[in-house]
Design a protein around this ligand. Structure first.
Ligand SMILES: [Fe+2]
Length: 363
C-alpha cells in the first residue's frame, strides 16, 4: 500500500506571475523577497499587480535563515501586521523557508514559543494560535520548497540545523514562472540545479519511494542532467530556464512525499562549518551514495540505470561523477573538509540523522 499527497495549487509557465492577483483574491499580503528583488524591478511589479493589497515588504533575507535575524523580522511582522492573512515568498529556498517561519503565531505570540515548536514541543492547537497562508514564487530552479511543508532553520550560534513543519507550512499555491529565473547568476543556477538533482535522486534511494514519486524523480533527474550544462552556457534562454524549472518542480513534488536522505543528512554539517552552499554540499557526495545504494533493490537499480541510460550501476556512478566534475564541482570529500579516513564515520553519523534514516540501505 502507498499514498501520495500534495495539496499545493501549482501554476507554471513563463509569464505566470500575472496569476498572482487571482491566487491572492481579496486578501492582503506581506511580501518577503530576496535582497536584489527591488533593484530588478520585481517589488514594483508585485505592487502593480496587487495595489493596496500589498501592505509590507521585507527584503533583508540572507542565505540559510538563522534564528538570530529571523526573530526580529518575526516580531516586527506580527506586531505591525497581525491582521494580514497571507505571506508571498518571492525568491529561492532561503526566502521561502524564511516566509514559512513568519506564518505561525502561537498562543503566547512570541518567537521563543515558535522556536520551542520547531525544537519539538507539541504544536499548539490551531484554534489557540493564529496562522497565515503562504503563496510561494520561486526565482531559482532547485529548492522545491514551494511544494513541500518544510523549512530549514539554522541556529549558527548553537551549531544546529532545525526543521519546521506544520499543517499550514504547505504553501497554499506556487507560481513557477521561469521568466523570473532569467537573471539568476551562474553560481546560484548551478547550486540550485544540483540541489534539485539531489532531491530527485534522494527520493529514489529512499524507504518512502512510491510509483508516483519515482516517476517524477526519474523524469526530473533526466531533464536536469540534459539541461543544466546547456543552461549554464546559455543562461538567458527562456526555454532552458523553463525546462529546468519544470524539472526542479518535479523533483520537489517527488521528495515532498519521501523527504530527502543520506546526501542531505551529510550536507548540513558541511554548510554549518564551512558555509558551503546547500546545493553543492548536498550533491558532491551523490556518486558515492549511489554506490552505497546500488544492489540493495533491483527496482531502484533499474530506475537509476534509466536515469543515466547505462546498463551497469558502475557506469551510472561514473557518469554522475563526470557530470559534476564537468560543472566544476569536486567529488572529493576533502574539498569539503572531510579527509578520506573520516568518510565512513561521517556516513555512519549521517545515516543516524533524521534524513539519513530515509536512505534505502538501512531499511
Ligand atoms: Fe535540498
Amino acid at each position: 500500500m502507498w499514498t501520495y499527497y500534495n495539496p499545493v495549487n501549482v501554476t507554471a509557465g513563463c509569464g505566470s506571475l500575472k496569476e498572482l492577483p487571482v491566487r491572492l483574491g481579496q486578501r492582503r499580503a506581506i511580501l518577503i523577497a530576496f535582497p536584489e528583488a527591488p533593484g530588478l524591478g520585481l517589488v514594483d511589479r508585485i505592487r502593480e499587480l496587487l495595489g493596496d493589497r500589498l501592505v509590507a515588504v521585507e527584503t533583508d533575507v540572507r542565505p540559510n535563515p538563522d534564528v538570530e535575524w529571523l526573530a526580529p523580522m518575526y516580531e516586527r511582522l506580527w506586531r505591525d501586521h497581525a491582521d494580514v492573512d497571507c505571506v508571498i515568498a518571492l525568491g529561492g529556498g532561503s526566502v521561502i523557508d524564511c516566509a514559512k517561519v513568519m506564518l505561525t503565531r502561537p498562543a503566547g505570540g512570541g518567537f521563543g514559543e515558535l522556536l520551542a515548536m520547531i525544537e519539538g514541543a507539541p504544536a499548539q492547537p490551531a484554534s489557540r494560535g493564529q496562522h497565515r497562508q503562504l503563496l510561494a514564487i520561486p526565482t531559482t530552479a532547485g529548492t522545491g520548497s514551494e511544494v513541500t511543508p518544510w523549512a530549514t532553520v539554522w541556529d549558527q550560534a548553537r551549531g544546529r540545523k532545525l526543521s519546521l513543519q506544520l499543517p499550514w507550512t504547505w504553501p497554499e499555491a506556487a507560481i513557477v514562472d521561469a521568466d523570473l529565473m532569467l537573471s539568476l547568476p551562474h553560481a546560484a543556477t548551478l547550486a540550485s540545479g544540483l540541489d534539485a538533482l539531489s532531491h530527485a535522486l534522494e527520493s529514489l534511494w529512499n524507504v518512502h519511494r512510491n510509483p508516483v514519486s519515482a516517476s517524477l524523480a526519474v523524469s526530473a533527474a533526466r531533464s536536469i542532467i540534459a539541461t543544466l550544462p546547456q543552461l549554464l552556457e546559455q543562461p538567458h534562454r527562456p526555454d532552458l530556464r523553463e525546462r529546468l524549472a519544470t524539472a526542479a518542480l518535479q523533483a520537489g513534488l517527488a521528495f515532498s512525499n519521501t523527504r530527502t536522505a543520506l546526501a542531505h543528512s551529510l550536507s548540513y554539517d558541511i554548510t554549518l562549518k564551512h558555509g558551503t552552499p546547500h546545493g553543492i554540499a548536498c550533491s558532491f557526495s551523490l556518486p558515492r551514495i549511489m554506490e552505497l545504494a546500488a544492489g540493495r533493490d533491483p527496482a531502484l537499480d533499474g530506475l537509476l540505470l534509466s536515469v543515466f541510460e547505462v546498463a551497469r550501476i558502475d557506469d551510472a556512478v561514473a557518469s554522475l561523477s563526470a557530470f559534476l566534475q564537468d560543472l566544476g564541482v569536486s567529488v572529493d570529500p576533502l574539498a569539503y573538509g572531510i579527509p578520506e579516513a573520516d568518510w565512513n564515520d561521517r556516513i555512519a553519523a549521517a545515516l543516524a540523522g533524521a534524513r539519513g534514516r530515509n536512505f534505502i540501505a538501512v531499511a
